[in-house]
Design a protein around this ligand. Sequence first.
Ligand code: DX5
Length: 251
Amino acid sequence: MNGPGERRTSAADALPPGARIVASVLPADLARLGEEVAALEEAGVDWIQFDVMDASFVPNLTFGPDVIAAARRHTSLPFEAQLMVSHPDVLIEPCIDAGCDRVIVHAESTHNLHRSLMRIGERGARAGVAVNPATPADAVVNVLDLVDLVLVMTVNPGFGGQAYLKSMEAKLRVARRLIAGAGRRIWLEVDGGIAPDTIETCAEAGADVFVTGSTLFHDPRGMAHAVQDLRARATAAMHDGVAEGAATRPT
Ligand code: DX5
């Protein structure tokens, strides 16, 4: 096991096929963020997502690169920043310098999505692209060669604890087909309302990475139970989905 702060750059890729469980730190006690991210690693999450919000692109304000940097030395888990901001380009380098392995840019947040994603790769980090509920999956088709992750939001971004939008499952099926056509390893991530009663149909629709906050932090049996339960439900559903002829997933 790596010591805190020694980064596992592609740990998630080294794991066997199956669902990836990602922690959103939105519900975390930010006064104890170091302890919280260490506890998330202990609980077995695959990586950690920082929800960066600017009270402009979304109606909430959270944290930026300095908070991410403060958390970095407390865990060896990979970090990703989801930039829910109106000017993502100014935060790409600072988030990478703060210790993010991946930076996710919303397709709706930049005038030149292709250039923004290229900048992430040029800095040696992994790029992800996110789409809000009203944005079609086709919005990412021309940047799939630049990303290793597509994030389909299953709530309108801005807050944790919202109700899962089942209507996003049709978009997930489209996104899964687009990824299959790209012929390269691209994660299909979902975020918002992911819980025991929503994760299985989400996985059957094509998702393989599941971001969760409320379920993880509020499980009465603890975070490790939440991780194990969600991963088991999603992995079983993913295999069922393949068995039923769903779009093939990369191994
Ligand atoms: C929305 C946030 C939330 C958070 C997870 O902008 O990104 O989706 O990460 O929230 P829960 O798991 O509480 O729905």
